[in-house]
Design a protein around this ligand. Structure first.
Ligand SMILES: Cc1cc2nc3c(=O)[nH]c(=O)nc-3n(C[C@H](O)[C@H](O)[C@H](O)COP(=O)(O)O)c2cc1C
Length: 362
């Protein structure tokens, strides 16, 4: 563990609209599949997120949270489409904010990657849950299934209007819940990514075919979310830089999308890649900071702030990326599952950084 007391560039604050994150080491959204029956947060969420907020992350992104019951990935997903659900998040958002992290939430519509088991059930492959077992019907750009999940129905234009309104409603509820930033999930093979990628979108109407048409639904959602959230608070999009597979999204497609997102008033791109198809060949390569170069390209092309995610495992790496101005912040996933206090590790005796109740241990 590094023991230097001198904070690196990753510890500088970052301002987005009127929201300032105290540093640039952020927690990536990670689904816990621990919601109560109504998609409500449970004790698990307090116990899980609490230490990461105390542990000094600058922004804490709550896991993918469904914008409607039919947009969930599993029956154990968080949901934020009603006022009751929103109010149930307040305990969590106020705790996170009280301990210095910006509370943020990722909003998701699952599309063809919905109605499946939680990862540790069944064969460990997120197997399908049928209607008879409490599952639900899926919509997608085209009737092409994801792996062995149910074949989705091709979404109608009315379905797509409902999706846009569901994101707007979930955004209003996120504000009510006390979140200071929202993120639209447009990657990892979920609904908006399915529309963007020619491999999942075979439509012949105005939502398919040309890049402009494939971007139409995600951009409608981006504009609706931006409009539904207070002007002084930022909106992020998790964007796919490449599908890592022939015929899928390339960095050139992502650049075009990023420019449109900038025009739609989006503030920051959370840059990831892959997972559109259940195919070993389409796995992102194992490489430290695998999406950092893509983030730098998207930043340069769009002028937006960027925060890459993926295989960033230490503060030293975070500091190098931010210090080289390849990114404005970084998101850490699994490293923060292993160590909730990671962001404090290079300040082992800094009383300003550690919670006052722990000072006798410093
Ligand atoms: C347990 C777990 C749950 C995840 N859930 C989500 C999620 O809800 N939304 C999302 O966009 N990515 C999700 N991911 C992906 C992470 O946010 C992150 O992009 C990925 O783990 C790569 O970053 P890392 O190498 O720092 O872990 C999840 C990853 C893990 C390990």
């Amino acid at each position: 563990m590094p023991s230097t007391e001198t904070p690196g560039p990753e510890m500088n604050p970052l301002r987005l609209r009127e929201v300032t994150t105290p540093n640039r080491v952020w927690m990536s959204p990670m689904a816990q599949y621990a919601a109560g029956p109504d998609g409500m947060p449970t004790d698990w969420h307090m116990v899980h997120y609490g230490p990461r907020a105390l542990g000094g992350v600058g922004l804490l992104m709550v896991e993918s949270t469904a914008v409607g019951p039919l947009h969930r990935t599993t029956a154990a997903d968080l949901g934020i489409w009603t006022e009751d659900q929103a109010l149930a998040h307040r305990r969590l958002t106020s705790f996170v904010a009280d301990y210095g992290a910006v509370p943020a939430i990722q909003l998701i519509a699952a599309g063809r990657k919905g109605s499946h088991q939680v990862p540790w059930e069944g064969e460990g492959q997120n197997g399908p849950v049928s209607a008879a077992d409490g599952g639900w019907d899926l919509i997608a750009p085209s009737a092409i299934p994801f792996g062995d999940l149910a074949t989705p129905r091709e979404a109608t234009p009315d379905d797509l209007d409902e999706v846009v309104e569901a994101f707007a409603q979930a955004t209003r509820m996120s504000h009510l819940a006390g979140y200071h930033a929202v993120e639209i999930h447009a990657s990892h093979g979920y609904l908006l990514h399915q529309f963007l990628s020619p491999l999942a979108n075979h439509r012949t109407d105005e939502y398919g075919g040309s890049p402009q048409n494939r971007m139409r639904l995600p951009l409608r959602v981006a504009r609706a979310v931006r409009q539904a959230f207070p002007e002084d608070k930022p909106v992020f999009v998790r964007i796919t830089a490449t599908d890592w597979i022939d015929g899928g999204i390339t960095i050139e497609d992502a650049v075009q999308f990023a420019k449109e997102l900038a025009a739609a008033g989006i503030d920051l791109l959370d840059v990831t890649s892959g997972v559109l198809v259940r195919d070993e060949e389409a796995r992102p390569p194992t490489r430290e900071g695998v999406n950092v170069g893509f983030a730098a390209t998207l930043k340069e092309a769009s002028g937006l702030a960027v925060a890459p995610v993926g295989q960033i495992g230490s503060l030293a790496t975070a500091g190098r990326i931010v210090g080289a101005q390849e990114a404005d912040a970084v998101l850490l996933g699994r490293a923060l599952l292993r160590d909730p206090y990671l962001a404090l590790r290079h300040r082992p005796t800094d009383k300003d950084a550690w919670p006052v109740r722990y000072h006798r241990a410093l």
